[in-house]
Design a protein around this ligand. Structure first.
Ligand SMILES: [Mg+2]
Length: 121
C-alpha cells in the first residue's frame, strides 16, 4: 500500500479527496485538518505523496511546501497543491517553492488519479 498525506481544512474537500484516492485501490490516506497537523503527522510514518490545500488556519500550504522542500527527510516526497487560488501567480509561487503539481478546485478526479498513479509508480 502507498501512503498519501492530505492537508486540507475543509472536511467536505477532504472527504472528496479521500474518496477519489481510495477508489483507486492500493492507497492509504492520512488526513490532516491543518498545516500544523500535517507537520505533526509527517514524522510518524513514511509517506509516498503529500497533497495540500493553500488556505488553512495556522500553517498554510505554501509554508508546508517550504518546510517539506527544506527538510532533508522529506524533500524527495512528491507534493501536489490543490487550491481555490487559480491565478498564474499563485501557481508559479507554488511550483517555485517545489510543488510538483498545482491543481485548482474543483479538481477533476480522473486527472488527480492519473497524477497520483504517475508520481507514486
Ligand atoms: Mg482551505
Amino acid at each position: 500500500m502507498k501512503k498519501i498525506l492530505i492537508a486540507e481544512d475543509s472536511s467536505t474537500m477532504r472527504s472528496l479527496l479521500v474518496a477519489t484516492i481510495e477508489s483507486l485501490g492500493g492507497y492509504l490516506v492520512s488526513e490532516a485538518a491543518s498545516g500544523f497537523e500535517a507537520l505533526r503527522l509527517l514524522p510518524r510514518e513514511p509517506v509516498d505523496l503529500i497533497i495540500t490545500d493553500i488556505n488553512m488556519p495556522d500553517i498554510n500550504g505554501l509554508e508546508l511546501v517550504s518546510f517539506v522542500r527544506g527538510s532533508e527527510n522529506y524533500r524527495h516526497i512528491p507534493l501536489f497543491i490543490i487550491s481555490t487560488e487559480g491565478s498564474e501567480r499563485d501557481r508559479e509561487k507554488g511550483l517555485a517553492l517545489g510543488a510538483n503539481e498545482y491543481l485548482v478546485k474543483p479538481f477533476d478526479p480522473a486527472r488527480l488519479q492519473e497524477l497520483i498513479k504517475q508520481y507514486t509508480a
